[in-house]
Design a protein around this ligand. Structure first.
Ligand code: ADP
Ligand code: MG
Length: 217
């Protein structure tokens, strides 16, 4: 019963050989809801984001994206649904070196077989790169690359945006710009946002879940 939520998880448990990171962790995000997950390094933020993104298999518990239970899907169906529903932004941009900024934003559309260059162009304009669609990542600054990554994440109109230290490699000014653009574009499209960070100042004023001892408070 994930219907009224953009993202819902219950009973998540995750163990590494040395540690139990979570036991019976649950969370819910309504459409359009914005949340930060705050926790120090090693508290499990990246693991949590990877579980919620369906990148790491669940050891226990259940996960829904919208009304679809992710836990029931096979690998291929899961990958397809993730491309449609979930926008991912990480500390590293993961842009493809050999593609231009515009082509990088279009990658999700190309995989889906219906690229919309006009939409990609518009998103690039929104992140302040309307004049550099032809540039490759190597010709962009760190902040610009991360803005392209934000545009790419929002391109498929995801219902959930999961961001793991999306500004972790940037200076303060660029970090704020990327944070603001991520939030703006997600809110315009009604996507829920979960942003994991160790940086309290970055998410000042946001509703926060603190990840402590394997629980969200
Ligand atoms: P955070 O993103 O908050 O820094 P992580 O999810 O990366 O936290 O890691 C949480 C804990 O799990 C850390 O103690 C880390 O050493 C451990 N850990 C992370 N990934 C693995 C792994 N693949 N194998 C074993 N331990 C891991
Ligand atoms: Mg991390």
């Amino acid at each position: 019963m994930g219907g009224m939520w953009a993202l819902r998880a219950e009973g998540l448990t995750h163990r590494y050989p040395e540690v139990v990171l979570f036991a019976d962790l649950g969370l819910e995000l309504a459409p359009g809801e914005v949340r930060a997950v705050l926790g120090p390094s090693g508290s499990g933020k990246t693991t949590l984001v990877h579980l919620l993104a369906g990148i790491l298999p669940l050891q226990a518990g259940r996960l829904w994206w919208g009304e679809d239970e992710v836990t029931r899907l096979g690998e291929e169906a899961l990958a397809r649904l993730r491309r449609e529903r979930v926008g991912l932004v990480f500390q590293h941009h993961y842009l493809l070196d050999e593609l231009t900024a515009l082509e990088n934003v279009l990658v999700p559309g190309m995989i889906q077989g219906r690229p919309d260059p006009a939409r990609a162009r518009k998103l690039l304009e929104r992140v302040g790169l309307g004049r550099s669609p032809h540039l490759r990542p190597e010709a962009l600054s760190g902040g610009e690359r991360q803005r392209v990554a934000v545009a790419r994440a929002l391109y498929p109109r995801p219902r959930v945006v999961l961001a793991d230290e999306p500004t972790g490699a940037l200076d303060r000014a660029n970090a704020r710009t990327v944070r603001d653009l991520l939030l703006e574009l997600a809110q315009e499209s009604g996507a829920a946002v979960l942003l994991a960070t160790h940086d309290e100042a970055l998410v000042k004023g946001w509703p926060v879940w603190r990840l402590e001892d394997g629980r969200l408070r």
